[in-house]
Each structure stands twice: as structure tokens, then as C-alpha cells.
Design a protein around this ligand. Sequence first.
Ligand code: PLP
Length: 385
Amino acid sequence: MHRLARRVNVIGISKIEESLRIIEQHPEIISLGAGEPDFPAPPNVISAAEKFLERGYTHYSPLQGRRELREALVEKLKKENKIDANENEILITCGSKEAILLSVLTLINPKEEVITPNPGYIGYRPIIELIEGKAISLRLREEDNFEYHAEKLEKMVTKKTRLIIVNTPSNPTGTVFKRKTLEEIAEIAVDKDLMILSDEAYEKLVYDNSKHTSMASLNGMEKYVITTQTFSKTFAMCGFRVGYAVATEDIIKEMKEFKLCTTISAPTFSQLAAIEALNHSKKYVERMRKEYDRRRKMLIKRLNQLSNISCIKPQGAFYAFPNVTGLKMSSDKVADFLIRKAKVVTVPGTEFGKYGEGFLRLSYATAYGKLETAIDRIEKAIGKI
Ligand SMILES: Cc1ncc(COP(=O)(O)O)c(C=O)c1O
């Protein structure tokens, strides 16, 4: 055995990885575990990428990302997010995941605290712990619709708190934060002089009458917020690896320096194809959103018809987060049971932090027919308990 650094222990084996192995061995299993769109990237984006590769865009890009893309994003941010940023306030990254990593590297010293949603996206905690910061769990409760509770949030702020992570629409709960909640969080950040990392990976996936509000669009918040967005979910371009961070120039400048230690640049042809996505893929995006919405309605209705399971209607992303406490088993056990007896993969809520106990995450980035079969099988299996 080699002698390895202690930090290898920060990242445990995730259940999701284990499930992927099982799925490979058992093709009859239906996976509702996916965290990425089941749609291919828009055809015009694929053609654009091919064209750029043929034309020889096979080299590095500048550390900050290609200027054409940053210019296109200035317009997008202004029009769609009401964020006023110039191209020096945008950094192109390899997916928004890298933007999150660079944000934490730039803002957090060892022992400093980051308030992190729990249950929340599994990507935050390991990054914070790798740099020996402290991820402080903000417990999200079903009765609050998994939104932040301002009073509780405020009580968690200590002298060591530096950053609050906000993820709306949320993974894994599908919650879209109300503008009022965001205003309350903003007030706390200003009052205590804290930064906010606003992870908006699912910004375009909102349903019913919900609206996505960008934290940085709130009055006077630009200098308190690093916004991270991505082409992965909106445009089904996960494999292109293009995301970005938006913040004040001094922060972006430092984040850019760290890019020398990470990826240097997002793939050049992907950055150029991303401009095509921004300019010419609106209809495709809307078609995907409508299909997610159709699946969401069916899935939530069916889940609520199951005995001992209930599910609040998520307003965003592509996840349902049903409460399975009525089954009188831990989330882990329910997920194992469903793999064995229903041949359906779900993700136990505890994968997203200990306060995810009692819940499962089901992804409806899964074809409608498959999703129906999966829920039929779950119904049958649960009926036999
Ligand atoms: C909430 C959230 N943020 C960020 C990401 C990172 O995605 P990407 O790096 O592809 O932009 C994901 C991916 O699943 C996510 O769910």
C-alpha cells in the first residue's frame, strides 16, 4: 500500500458510484439516480462544435475564457438574470463545479466556516474540507419547503463564518427559493459582512408559476455574491464542460490565477459552441423543460398515491425528494430494497447530508415511459412490504 495524504479520506465512496456499478451489471435495472439531462445536446450546438474542431480550435483558451463568450454572457446576464456585469467580472470554467472550487479556494482560509445546505448538493462539503475549511450544515426542513429559515441561519453565523452557499433551484430537493427568502439571506450577508455563493446550475428548470431570482440581481448585492451558472443542465451540455462564475473584478482576478493550478481553460471548441447555445437554442431548451414538467407532474402524482410515501411538489431542477419515513426503514435501506425488489435505482437522502435521512432523491431526467415503469415497479414492491 502506498502512503497517501490524509486528505484522500475526505472523499468517501458515494452510493451513486456504487449504483452505477450495479446498473452496468444488471441492464434490467432502471436508474432514477442520474444528475444530468437524458437529452442530447442541441443539434446546432453539436454541429457548431464539429465545425470549430475542423477549423482547428484545438488549442488552449485564455485563463479567463474566450472574450466572445464572456461578451455573450454579459448580455445574457443582463437580460435573463438582471445582473449587471462586464466581461472582466466573468470567469469561464470547466463546468460550474470548477467555479465552486475556485470560489472556495479564493475566499476561505483553513478553519473558516461555510454555511452549507443539508440536504444539499454533494459537491460542496468535500471542496470545503479539502482546504480544511468547515462546512457548517444548515438543516433544511420539509415543513419549510426546504428553503432557508432566516432566523435559524442568522443564529449560525459566528466570527469564523465567511460564506453562505445558496442553491436555487436546489439539488436534491427541487426547491425554488422565493424572492423574499433570498432578500432575507441577503440582509444577513450585508449585516454580517459575509459572501454568498449562489449556485444557479438549474436556473432555467422552473415550473408552474415559480420564477428563478438571481441573488446578485437584488439591490446592492453584486459585491457580496459569486454567482455560478453552467451550460450543463440548461442546454444538456454536461460533457462540454462549460460553466462560469460572476463576481467583482478583484475576486475574479484571483480565481483566474488559480486556474493555472486546475484546468487552464475549459475546452476551446466547447466555449465557442456555448455561444451558439446561448444564441440559437431557446426553443430546444423550452422543449426539454416542458418534457421535464410533464414527467414531474406524473411522478409527483404517482408518488403521492403510494402508501406511506409523500412528496411535496418540487418547483425546479429535475428531482423529486419524497418522504419515505412511513416505510419505517432508513433511506439507505429503502434505496437498497428498491434496487433488489423493484429493480429501480434511487439515491438515499443521506447522500446529501445527514438531514436527508427519511428521504430519497428520484431524478426525472429519465424518459417518460421508463419513469412510468419505474414507479409501477416501486408501487408493486412497496405493496408487498
Ligand atoms: C447544484 C449543482 N451545482 C453544480 C453542479 C455542477 O455541474 P457542472 O460542473 O456540470 O456545471 C451540479 C451537478 O450536478 C449541481 O447539481
